[in-house]
Design a protein around this ligand. Structure first.
Ligand SMILES: [Zn+2]
Length: 109
């Protein structure tokens, strides 16, 4: 079961609400039990954020590979291909980062 602190929004997972909020220290009666629908939404957004984090890591790896290819610089068409991959990796990374920031702003986890 998921419990939400009505003061700070902290989400607690357990059979019962915690004695006090680990974030803002208010007592247990300030927690409410989340509906199954709300709990599922939190599970889905946690997974979605994890996927964004994984894409960011992959994009960072793609960027490093592209840069290695640019350094080797075998020929000009390879260089251009790697340069594009480097730029596109940067776009993928920023796009996922802004999605995560957007979720945090809307109170999704
Ligand atoms: Zn709290």
């Amino acid at each position: 079961m998921l419990w939400k602190c009505s003061v700070c929004g902290y989400i607690y997972e357990g059979d019962a609400a915690p004695e006090k909020c680990p974030k803002c220290a208010v007592p247990e009666h300030k927690f409410s039990n989340l509906s199954e629908e709300a709990a599922n939404k939190i599970t889905d957004s946690t997974r979605t954020n994890d996927i964004h984090m994984e894409l960011i890591k992959l994009a960072a790896r793609m960027k490093r590979l592209a840069e290695e290819g640019m350094e080797i610089n075998l020929d000009s068409t390879c260089y251009v291909t790697f340069k594009k991959a480097q730029e596109e990796a940067g776009i993928i990374k920023q796009r996922s980062k802004s999605e995560i920031a957007d979720h945090a702003g809307k109170g999704k986890w």
